[in-house]
Design a protein around this ligand. Structure first.
Ligand code: ADP
Length: 227
């Protein structure tokens, strides 16, 4: 149908416009700073430049992973595996990975719930990482907190922050692919769209409550199978 091919073309051009910029920025930094690593004699300077190269490699890796997942979802070929694991292990791993992103004036609390789940561990970790990563990215001061509740066979994982918050008109738009409230902020704009798609494949969802200037609360809702 013409509408289908139009939307495919629209997806393609918005994909290229968004992604080419997001690729070029870290790549230029990697090229520039690796040159500087080679040229500097000073040990402390070298370590600093090397860290910048590494950080930007991580940015590129996340981008590539997001793009791979995005194309899997587009082609309906993303599949989930199911294995028993303990949620607290995943929470501790994710907490460790986001630690370098915590700003000096921010306190991060992760309440690790000791509960056995039967789900795709890596995908659960991916969703939690994305929620914490966003909360830390948009919070300069205050608290980022992760808490879990279980009620009537449904696990809810809440990530609350005291960051910049999100205007009501953007509450649904942020779940669209490529959508960013501020286009100057780093990121593909794919994280929440991927997270929601994956959460829904698990019969769950991601929800947002937020007020501009006050902070945000993202909730990952996941039905857990009866033992
Ligand atoms: P990315 O993959 O680039 O991090 P996301 O899809 O995860 O993008 O998020 C899309 C946009 O939603 C962000 O660019 C930001 O504008 C907004 N957003 C997400 N989480 C938060 C948060 N905790 N506080 C403020 N804004 C947020």
């Amino acid at each position: 149908a013409p509408s289908a091919s139009f939307s495919q073309a629209a997806i393609k051009s918005s994909f290229l416009a968004n992604i080419s910029h997001e690729i070029r920025t870290p790549l230029n930094i990697i090229i520039g700073f690796s040159q500087m690593v080679a040229e500097t004699q000073e040990e402390s300077e070298r370590a600093e430049f090397h860290q910048t190269v590494k950080d930007n490699c991580d940015v590129m890796l996340k981008l590539v992973n997001d793009i791979v997942d995005f194309s899997k979802i587009e082609s309906n070929s993303l599949s989930l595996c199911c294995n028993p694991f303990n949620l607290s292990d995943v929470l501790r791993e994710v907490e460790k990975r986001v630690q370098p992103m915590v700003m000096p004036e921010v306190k991060l609390y992760v309440e690790a719930l000791d509960i056995q789940l039967d789900a795709d561990k890596n995908r659960v970790a991916q969703i939690l990482f994305n929620m914490l990563h966003n909360a830390l990215k948009f919070t300069q001061k205050g608290v980022v907190e992760l808490k879990c509740t279980v009620e009537n066979g449904v696990l809810q994982i809440h990530v609350t922050d005291t960051g910049i918050g999100i205007d009501k008109q953007d509450h649904e738009l942020i779940f669209d692919r490529f959508y960013k409230v501020d286009t100057f902020v780093q990121g593909s704009g794919l994280g929440l769209s991927l997270s929601r798609n994956i959460a829904r494949m698990m019969n769950g969802d991601i929800q947002v409550e937020s007020e501009l200037g006050k902070g945000s609360k993202f909730t990952f809702v996941l039905p857990i199978k009866a033992a």
